[in-house]
Design a protein around this ligand. Structure first.
Ligand code: MLT
Length: 213
């Protein structure tokens, strides 16, 4: 694929099954992952959906990420804003290229992927209407409150997560809710790694979201 064809990000696109209602999962991997990482999880969360899965284009010791960090949990905000704009542009371009309906797209991010998803949601109100955030942190605090009415979010957090702490998770939920988003929470009894309960909660949430559309 030439760089122009890959819309700025190396990515995989898997079309949905006919009759699957035009739902697309935008899959955003964690640090060290790639565009293939979350496809099996996506298939278990929303069978028959289309999948759009970009690879983060920042490298940290050879590991792909969606934006630079200065240390664990300390984000390079300038790079975060540049990469957030780039992913938002990728989403818009991919939706045109593959004829995807943005109001039927669910961002599904894990860890660093959840953080770029949150940043896109806060910076581009109205671009996407649904997201499943596994182990997210606050990417940045918006200077003015974005209008997030109509946005549905599931946050799946670990109550003993040393990276995305309980307080941080609640702060993020508060930022989304202050903008008018509807936030559901799933608390996993454990740390940063995902458990089966996280995937079950996400699959249930997505199927309810699909049914309500
Ligand atoms: C991040 O850097 O986005 C978070 O610390 C999560 C991680 O990737 O470890």
């Amino acid at each position: 694929m030439s760089p122009a064809d890959d819309l700025g990000f190396r990515h995989r696109y898997l079309p949905g099954a006919p009759g699957a209602g035009g739902v697309t999962l935008l899959l955003l991997h964690g640090t060290g992952g790639d565009e293939s990482d979350l496809i099996p999880i996506g298939q278990s969360l929303a069978p028959g959906a289309a999948f759009l899965s970009p690879r983060g284009r920042v490298l940290e010791n050879g590991m792909p990420r969606f934006f630079r960090r200065l240390a664990e949990g300390v984000f390079d905000l300038q790079d975060l804003h540049v990469q957030t704009a780039a992913i938002a542009q990728f989403i818009a371009a991919a939706s045109q290229k593959y004829s995807l309906q943005l109001n039927r797209m669910v961002a599904v991010g894990y860890s660093n992927g959840a953080n770029i998803a949150s940043s896109v949601l806060l910076s581009n109100p109205g671009l996407l209407t649904a997201a499943v955030l596994f182990r997210p942190m606050v990417p940045y605090v918006p200077q003015s409150r974005p209008n997030l009415r109509g946005l549905d979010i599931l946050i799946a957090a670990g109550n003993r997560d040393p990276i995305a702490s309980l307080g941080e998770t609640k702060r993020l939920a508060g930022i989304f809710e202050a903008g008018g988003a509807t936030v559901s929470m799933h608390w996993h009894q454990g740390g940063h790694e995902l458990g089966k309960d996280d995937l079950d909660a996400a699959a249930g949430w997505i199927s309810q979201w699909r049914a309500a559309r």
